[in-house]
Design a binder for this molecule. Structure first.
Ligand code: 13P
Ligand code: SF4
Length: 343
């Protein structure tokens, strides 16, 4: 048996049978060849299917991916294995490159909960009462919404971005749970939350987490801040997806519960094989939309190209730049790896 079969079969023996994995191996090899021919890089989010990790040049959370996208200099093509707003972010920072999203079903219902006109209307209303109002948008938004904001943020830097802004009043778009998490950590500011939520994280309940805490003494509970506040309150740490991997690697604990999308539990099991990861996770149908076949077809047929019109792109770029300026984030101080590819 080969390594990829062992890895995938170990994660889910019922799904990753030899019949399924054997053709995947051939597809992985064809994709690697196509990447060389087209001078393409594959950026993949931590929630992607584990077989996608095999063709990724870089794997990360939204912050890591946006930083990596900002410095893809040599490639002509970026294939984005994540969701639409992430591919759009890669295009915003790389207008001259071809950015491909292999399957257009990879959207994000949270990002769809705020539109540009809705945000413009709400900002105009709120500024009558709070003239100093600044708008912080989570990267899980469309380019159009980013273009209406003063600064973007990700799950790993939302608290630092809001704290660093000079204004007292902040409209935080679109995730109400992340907004509450920020409000808890930045009590000196008034956070006005948009009423969006992530359908994946919002359905996880405190009961599930408490049951695991009771059953496994010493278990460390890692929760994504898109979860409800009564779930985040039970966590040992509220972290971005890459933050969870780093925590599990560095911690002396041996048992963990990752309360987020299920792809992260797969990644944790692969990245930290000597520890035990229990699951209180839900599947995101958007994050699971892209298959290896889609990636191959994407490179063969140059589909689906992401475009962002000016001046939306340059305004959204300013909001992303502001995030980097406020937090001083660069690829170096995040110690991002150059590559995860198994060449
Ligand atoms: P991270 O930035 O923590 O990876 O989260 C992205 C996301 O979509 C969570 O649902
Ligand atoms: Fe969007 Fe939630 Fe899926 Fe992340 S997990 S892509 S926020 S729907």
């Amino acid at each position: 048996m080969n390594t990829l079969y062992d890895k995938l079969h170990g994660l889910d023996p019922e799904f990753y049978t030899e019949d399924r994995v054997t053709p995947m191996l051939a597809t992985v090899e064809r994709i690697k060849k196509l990447k060389r021919e087209r001078n393409a890089v594959v950026l993949a989010h931590n929630y992607q299917r584990p077989e996608i990790f095999e063709v990724a040049d870089f794997l990360g959370d939204s912050l890591g991916l946006s930083l990596k996208a900002a410095e893809v200099k040599d490639a002509d093509v970026i294939v984005f294995c994540g969701v639409h707003f992430m591919a759009e972010t890669a295009k915003i920072v790389n207008p001259e490159k071809v950015v491909l999203l292999p399957n257009l079903a990879a959207g994000c219902s949270l990002a769809d909960m705020a539109t540009g006109p809705e945000v413009a209307k709400r900002v105009a209303e709120l500024r009558k009462t709070y003239p100093d109002l600044q708008v912080v948008t989570y990267v899980n938004t469309t380019a159009e919404v980013k273009a209406h904001s003063d600064a973007c943020c990700t799950s790993s830097n939302a608290v630092s971005v809001v704290r660093a802004l000079e204004s007292q009043h902040i409209l935080f778009i679109p995730d109400q749970n992340l907004a509450r998490h920020v409000a808890l950590h930045v009590p000196e500011k008034t956070i006005i939350a948009w009423d969006g939520y992530c359908y994946v994280h919002h359905q996880i309940t405190p009961e599930t987490v408490m049951t695991m805490r009771r059953q496994i003494p010493g278990i460390k509970i890692l929760v994504h801040p898109e979860c409800r506040d009564d779930v985040v309150a039970l966590a040992d740490a509220a972290l971005s997806t890459s933050g969870m991997v780093e925590y599990a690697q560095a911690s002396k604990a041996t048992d963990f519960l990752a309360v987020t999308e299920c792809g992260l539990s797969d990644l944790l099991q692969i990245s930290v094989p000597d520890k035990t990861f229990y699951r209180a996770c839900k599947i995101c149908r958007f994050m699971k939309a892209i298959s290896l076949d889609d990636v191959e077809q994407s490179l063969l047929q140059n589909r689906f190209q992401i475009e962002v019109d000016e001046p939306v792109r340059s305004r959204a770029r300013m909001a992303l730049n502001r995030m980097f300026e406020l937090t001083g984030e660069t690829r170096d101080n995040l110690s991002l790896p150059d590559s995860v590819a198994n060449e």
